[in-house]
Design a protein around this ligand. Structure first.
Ligand SMILES: C[S@@+](CC[C@H](N)C(=O)[O-])C[C@H]1O[C@@H](n2cnc3c(N)ncnc32)[C@H](O)[C@@H]1O
Ligand SMILES: [Zn+2]
Length: 265
């Protein structure tokens, strides 16, 4: 990771043994799992971002391959852009970064605000490299990334624009109209389709927007609960409505991923 910047003074970080160090002597140790924590301040990333339970549940679900239609579409899309460097913004527990590292001949990096997510990502022992950071101030040099991927995460387009090379790409993914339709129908009387937005991002042009749509069947109530926990509905649904879904031991549902490819001008 030769483009990392010191989060304190913004000068270059260089690797020295088990640490990254800047010219002013700020030092960030590499954890035993192999990642570096570049968050500053009293919060070390233990208590912010997604928590341990969410991280483990997400990993357990994704590792079963239920969202492989998305990882396949993502790898094919990224490969067609011939990147030398890919950055997974808000990479979570590293499932997609690992798939890109396994399938593309390029350097892959990922970061997330949650230390637990990054700990799990680094433990995958893939070729991808990980750091803990806030996307509001991504600690990497301007124009150092050929292709950034950004899945189910908040936006910070100013920082995305800064770190991507001119002519480089941003692949952003959010739920498509019919995503988890049958799961929602099992809970709510009147489910709504998701809105598909392609926000115009200053400094980027939208090149393409596609949907990757398929159906998955979950045959285990734990998997149904894990999937539900990955959605915002989990936190806004009554106990009574939750129970309707959690009493099922099998569920076939649509997965619809809305994939937008932006190019930096
Ligand atoms: C819904 S999860 C998606 C994770 C991953 N992209 C995936 O699809 O599996 C959203 C992620 O964004 C991270 N996140 C939220 N705010 C962030 C921020 N300001 N900087 C970096 N990561 C952030 C959370 O910790 C969480 O891992
Ligand atoms: Zn420094």
């Amino acid at each position: 990771m030769d483009f990392l910047l010191c989060p304190v003074c913004k000068s270059e970080l260089t690797r020295q043994d088990r640490s990254f160090v800047c010219e002013k002597g700020h030092c960030f140790d590499i954890a035993k799992e192999g990642y570096v924590n570049l968050l500053t301040g009293s919060k070390s990333g233990d208590s912010i971002g997604d928590n341990k339970d969410m991280a483990r549940s997400r990993k357990a679900f994704l590792d079963k391959g239920y969202f492989s239609s998305l990882s396949d579409a993502l790898c094919n899309t990224a490969e067609s852009l011939h990147p030398k460097t890919v950055l997974d913004i808000c990479c979570g527990e590293g499932y997609y970064a690992e798939k890109i590292a396994d399938n593309l001949n390029c350097s892959v990096y990922g970061f997330d605000l949650s230390k637990e997510m990054i700990r799990l990502a680094a433990k995958r022992k893939s070729r991808a490299e990980f750091f803990v950071a806030n996307m509001a101030g991504i600690p990497i040099a301007d124009g150092s990334i050929d292709c950034a991927i950004h899945l189910f995460a908040p936006f910070c387009e100013k920082e995305f624009l800064r770190v991507i090379k001119p002519g480089g790409y941003l692949i952003s993914v959010s739920p498509g109209a019919k995503h988890l339709w049958e799961m929602k129908a099992a809970i709510y009387e009147k489910p709504y389709e998701n809105e598909e937005n392609s926000p115009s991002l200053p400094g980027f042009s939208l090149e393409k927007a596609i949907n990757a749509v398929s159906h998955i069947t979950l045959t285990d109530s734990n998997d149904i609960e894990s999937l539900f926990k990955m959605t915002p509905y989990y936190y806004h649904t009554s106990a009574q409505d939750k129970a309707k879904l959690l009493s099922l031991d099998t569920l076939t549902t649509c997965v619809d991923f809305y994939i937008r490819i932006y190019r930096k001008d």
